[in-house]
Write a protein that binds this ligand. Structure first.
Ligand SMILES: NC(=O)c1ccc[n+]([C@@H]2O[C@H](COP(=O)([O-])OP(=O)(O)OC[C@H]3O[C@@H](n4cnc5c(N)ncnc54)[C@H](OP(=O)(O)O)[C@@H]3O)[C@@H](O)[C@H]2O)c1
Length: 330
């Protein structure tokens, strides 16, 4: 029988306000995209989730299609809730999303009201929940009126199946339009979820400033570039790594000499800061006041410990920032 650590809220600086809302999120959040599918070890998944909660991670990020197979990460998380964490439901922010392909036919992906609301019902069933804390539109749909997609999100809140709504992968202009529609519907946009890491900086020119202006929080996904911004691949491709056993989104070919040369230099700098490379990469995304939380994945408990350790040093001197720019530019 799991009992959470009584020390889990002992680091008050570990929570940041999510935009101009009443909700605070942990600096490090846990995503269940990988390692929580039907073929993954349940005991390992359960240990990762429970350790995360013990360390003050209250925010667990899911989507309808996480697995594989699609939906199985929600089933796994539902089991973890039943077995362990569910007793602390009021201490948890549980999210899900709909947008990518989920079932065949014209209603199984993108942004229609039909798809979003059916998908949310399915997600709630898989997790054994009455409501999620945040329901996201997972990607913009160029062919569905934004009014319809935002109307579906607002309906999810009005019907009590979600407390808040969010956007993921929306460009700045669409974010502003969507935020306006949601405000008019009485359901302000709580959060945006874009990809952001040292290796993918598309949010920097506009999106982060847009979110601050709109009062929308931001949880950034793949802050470790799916594992590239860690020491995972310094000695080849381990069989138990993402690139070693699940090549859907990260292939051994992505681990090029140029990537390794850059990450090894970044690793030297991280060590001079008293951090692992993963910790420095997380501190680096969290240096922006617009970023509420860094949304990590983990394949083992020790990675959760390491990542949370990042928050012990979020400060960068201007010369360290300049050195990072110089390494990234080569
Ligand atoms: N909204 C969207 O469209 C979208 C898209 C992608 C992801 N997401 C969300 O973002 C979450 C995180 O994405 P991600 O898994 O790509 O994030 P990530 O944090 O960039 O990568 C996680 C991987 O990095 C490695 N790792 C983590 N901590 C480590 C450490 N301390 N030392 C060494 N290696 C470490 C592990 O790789 P190994 O498995 O090799 O050990 C882990 O699986 C997802 O679970 C999902 O919730 C959202």
């Amino acid at each position: 029988m799991y009992t959470p650590a009584t020390t889990r809220y002992d680091s008050p600086g570990f929570y940041r306000r999510c935009g101009r809302s009443g909700v605070k999120l942990p600096l490090i959040s846990l995503g269940l995209w990988h390692n929580f599918g039907a073929k993954d070890s349940y005991d390992n998944a359960r240990a990762i989730a429970c350790r995360a909660f013990d360390l003050g991670i209250t925010h667990f990020d899911l989507a309808n299609n996480y697995g594989p197979p699609d939906g199985s990460a929600e089933e796994t998380f539902g089991r973890i809730l039943r077995d362990d964490l569910g007793k602390w439901r009021d201490e948890l922010i549980i999210t899900t999303k709909a947008g990518y392909y989920m079932w065949p036919g014209p209603y199984g992906e993108w942004g229609s009201r039909k798809y979003l609301l059916s998908s949310l019902d399915q997600s709630l069933k898989r997790m054994g929940l009455d409501y999620v804390d945040i329901f996201y539109s997972h990607r913009p749909d160029p062919d569905t009126p934004l009014e319809e997609t935002m109307g579906a999100l607002a309906h999810a809140v009005r019907s009590g199946k979600a407390l808040y709504v969010g956007l993921s992968n929306y460009q700045p202009a669409d974010t502003v339009r969507a935020a306006k529609l949601l405000r008019e519907l009485g359901t302000p946009c709580l959060i945006h979820q874009p990809r952001y890491s040292m290796f993918d900086r598309w949010v920097e020119p506009q999106l982060l400033a847009t979110l601050e202006r709109e009062g929308i929080g931001c949880t950034v996904f793949s802050p470790l570039a799916k594992g590239l911004l860690t020491d995972r691949y310094f000695k080849g491709v381990p069989a138990d790594s993402r690139a070693g056993h699940d090549t859907r989104f990260l292939r051994p070919a992505d681990i090029t000499d140029a990537v390794l040369a850059r990450t090894k230099k970044l690793n030297d700098l991280a060590q001079s800061r008293g951090q692992t490379l993963a910790q420095m990469a997380l501190a680096w995304v969290l240096r922006h006041s617009a970023v509420t939380s860094a949304l990590i994945g983990a394949s083992r408990v020790s990675q959760v410990d390491d990542c949370v350790g990042a928050t012990r040093n979020l400060f960068f001197s201007s010369s360290q920032l300049a050195e990072i720019e110089s390494i990234l530019s080569k």
